[in-house]
Ligand binder design. Sequence first.
Ligand code: FHN
Length: 428
Amino acid sequence: QAQKKIFNETDEQKEQRLAWWVNDRFGMFIHWGLYSMPARHEWVKKYEKMTNEEYQKYFDLFNPDLYNPKEWARQAKAAGMKYAVITTKHHEGFCLFDSKFTDYKATNTPIKKDLIKEFVDAFRAEGLKVGFYYSLIDWHHPDFTIDGVHPQSPSDASKYAELNKGRDMNKYREYLKNQLKELMTNYGKIDILWADFSYPGEHGKGKDDWNSLELIKMIRKLQPGILINNRLDLEEYDDGGDFVTPEQYKVAEWPTRNGKKIHWETCQTFSGSWGYHRDETSWKDNKQLLVLLIETVSKGGNLLLNVGPTSRGLFDYRATDRLHDMGDWMTVNSRSIYGCTQAPADIKVPENSLLTYNPDTKRLYVHLLDYPLQRFELPGMKGKVKYAQFLHDGSEIKMRSTDKGDLALELPVHKPKLEIPVIELVLQ
Ligand code: FHN
């Protein structure tokens, strides 16, 4: 399929622009807004069909008095996360940043703060890259036309015309552009723009509703090194987004376009909700979370793992506990994540394990999902490995070749005290 491009960036220049992101692999997503007060999902306004008036009480009372982004940044860094993407505005339309173009913003609530400014300062101080999530959808703005996902979307489609009388999407497009310009101008170097989301089709909205082509050109002009996701509905262009964004499911294999592997980042929640959800019960356990991270990297992807802070400004204790546990594992095993990718195709994946590979150091990492008794065989690896060790303590693992051409590793009977032990192989 002929390459249709917006920009005249070469593939090498693009890979250079994305190099830090490909290396870092692991980031924090943060969904925070007025929806943290009802604390029953960030789509609560839609699910409960609330009007702006019914939702106003959350604006009037929003006061995250315990907000301390330095503590958030400390937890993210300790977990091994290298970048963070925060909702500057979610579908509810409430802006965490001090926008000139609306009164529906944090600086007009009891907290009276530009929460985004403090966020970028704190995360940069910890050495993390910063990204902005920005909702293209806005359920508060008077000119955003009521459509299929809007809280007031009618069951009878013939009602749309009446409901949208007086709503002017030209004014909304102007608002969208002005706010993105503020975000790309007022907060220093922004590393990622995570636009969310397009849903073209009947009663939907896509690139023409957002004026996506103009937006992406403006964003790149203001922030030349920025990475942009694929949700502006510009996928007809090879460079209409830098990475694809599968979410909330296990990605079977490295995504491709026209037969070529493309950059991808899966975003996932600890529980079933992006926003703080007090009564949510489906929380992933520590092993599931580690497998999610390792499996993603084993298929050449990034993991953006989400926290939904409370309306007091704290991480949910259930998230803090999981971040801490992931950090314990990453402290001794991050070498199998950072700078790693899918193992070469000619290396067979041993049973009950996941492989990652660092092409620069030529080291292969075997993640043992089910600890084997005493021996562990690497099919076809005879003569290909110089040295083997446990990654967590750097202790040698003795190995010998089998007459079948495999490599047999001799493991201690007792499993190291780790959710998922990792063997580092120095290849010939
Ligand atoms: O509707 C949003 C949802 O609330 C959340 O922000 C996710 C995160 O990727 N994006 C949309 C659903 O895909």
